[in-house]
Design a binder for this molecule. Structure first.
Ligand code: GBH
Length: 451
């Protein structure tokens, strides 16, 4: 018994990371366009102006997806490409671009899984205060309605947000993400509340506007694995996964975001500890935020081992010297793809979709013209085996999206990290499927039985 028959094998990308055409086709400015132009923000001052030039290589890229054999493609809409000012006017060239993409996907038998927002925020709205503006949930609602009106007849699977942990949690604690501002805890809590409201409103609109559609969101958040198989260590890992670290990196955690969405309330102890910094919560807010979803999405790359301490609190365990790491130095922890889905499924009681998982390798085109990436194959095999083990243990796992379909603009790390199954030469835009591409194709084709 492995993955279910209709398991969704996919690959993922995001608009700013692949599209390019940043100043073409009527697109408005995004916060990332602006952020990349400020020296020092991005590795060697790279930017997403051209990226993979997917805007002009769309048919070729979908043909590669078809060759890969993915059943589903997770991509994101660029809000400023569709609505250059964030609200109001809709850009005809943007509409055409996504219409063509969606049609190509459907013609090739690939189901579109659309993320409404993967970080490229309209700069026009950022200037108006962005997520701190009380109107920001309504702006997002208008954007969602626009998407429903344009594409709701063809897309049936949606994610609202990608990783609020990053576009709020990292971005507003002064770390690596646009607009990289350091604001007060009070402001972060207010922005988080507005993002959650925006999410809830979008879900309400999608339910009404796209009958029968399936909706989730794609958070990340630190996940933990037990250092041994003892019941105590397993409990420690679960506890660490869902504890709100009020004096630490709580915006990077899971529960502050997911508990309101799935339980309709903020984690009580933490809310109390935040005291006067808590935002005002309107009478209907929690109801709006906690609209039922169809699956629990999670982007997972690595996890942290913990043991249960004497005092009943989880204690983080250091990795042994020489513990395997990816090119970007993240530890390789395949068991995370067993424990995280298990814990998430137990807590939130929904089928789990791995909305992102993958790694960067410092790939090269070899003399034989191929890209040999045994590390990516090994990593993915190990992680998928663990996901399969979770499925065998009764965790409802609906799908897996590899990050990423192709090498792309890796945010603050520019083009220095390659996460793709397809190698992209950023000078010539030549695409070369890596060895892992053919390996993943065989795994998909066997529905995981070759793992
Ligand atoms: C995702 O975010 C994004 O959705 C995607 O756009 C991006 O390209 C992709 O991942 C690859 O980066 O401190 O060493 O333990 C990733 C979120 C949060 C994952 C921080 C790694 C910590 C690594 N990341 N996390 S470490």
């Amino acid at each position: 018994m492995g993955f279910k028959q209709d398991f969704v094998w996919g690959a993922a990308t995001a608009s700013y990371q692949i599209e390019g055409a940043a100043y073409e086709g009527g697109k408005g400015l995004s916060n990332w366009d602006v952020f990349c132009k400020q020296p020092g923000n991005i590795y060697e001052n790279h930017n997403g102006d051209v990226a993979c030039d997917h805007y002009h290589h769309l048919a070729e890229d979908v043909a590669l997806m078809k060759e890969l054999g993915i059943k589903a493609y997770r991509f994101s809409f660029s809000w400023p490409r569709l609505m250059p000012q964030g609200t109001g006017t809709v850009n005809p060239d943007g509409i055409r671009f996504y219409q063509t993409l969606i049609d190509e996907l459907l013609q090739n038998g690939i189901t579109p899984y659309a993320t409404l927002f993967h970080w490229d925020y309209p700069y026009a709205l950022q200037k108006r205060g962005g997520w701190l503006n009380p109107a920001s949930p309504q702006w997002f609602a208008e954007y969602t309605e626009t998407i429903i009106g344009l594409f709701g007849n063809k897309i049936k699977h949606f994610f609202t947000f990608n990783e609020p942990q990053c576009f709020i949690g990292l971005a507003f604690t002064g770390r690596e993400m646009a607009p990289k501002l350091q604001v007060t805890r009070r402001d972060i809590l207010q922005m988080a509340h507005n993002v959650l409201l925006a999410h809830g409103k979008a879900v309400q609109l999608l339910r009404a506007g796209v009958p029968g559609c399936k909706i989730g969101y794609a958070p990340t958040g630190s996940t933990y694995i037990p250092a041994s198989n003892s019941a105590q260590d397993i409990e420690a890992a679960r506890k660490a996964t869902f504890t709100v670290d009020v004096n630490g990196d709580w915006p990077m955690g899971i529960s502050w975001w997911s508990d309101p969405i799935f339980f309709g309330e903020y984690p009580a102890e933490a809310a109390q500890a935040f005291g006067d910094d808590m935002p005002a919560i309107g009478p209907n807010d929690m109801k709006i935020i906690s609209q039922p979803l169809d699956f629990y999405g999670h982007n997972i790359y690595n996890s942290t081992p913990v043991k249960m301490g004497e005092n009943g609190q989880p204690v983080v365990q250091a990795f042994k010297p020489g513990h395997p790491r990816t090119a970007v130095n993240w530890p390789i922890t395949p068991e995370g793809l067993y424990w995280a889905p298990k814990f998430l499924h137990q807590r939130y009681k929904l089928p789990v979709i791995i909305t992102e998982n993958g790694l960067s390798c410092h790939d090269v085109v070899s003399l034989d013209g191929k890209v040999h990436d045994p590390n990516r194959i090994d990593f993915t095999q190990r992680y998928l085996q663990q996901l399969q083990r979770a499925a065998q243990d009764g965790v409802e796992v609906d799908g897996y999206f590899h990050w990423s379909l192709m090498d792309n603009f890796e945010w603050a790390k520019g083009y220095s990290e390659r996460f793709g199954l397809i190698y992209v030469d950023f000078e010539t835009q030549k695409r070369t499927p890596k060895d892992s591409f053919y390996w993943y194709a065989s795994i998909i084709n066997s529905n995981g039985s070759l793992l």
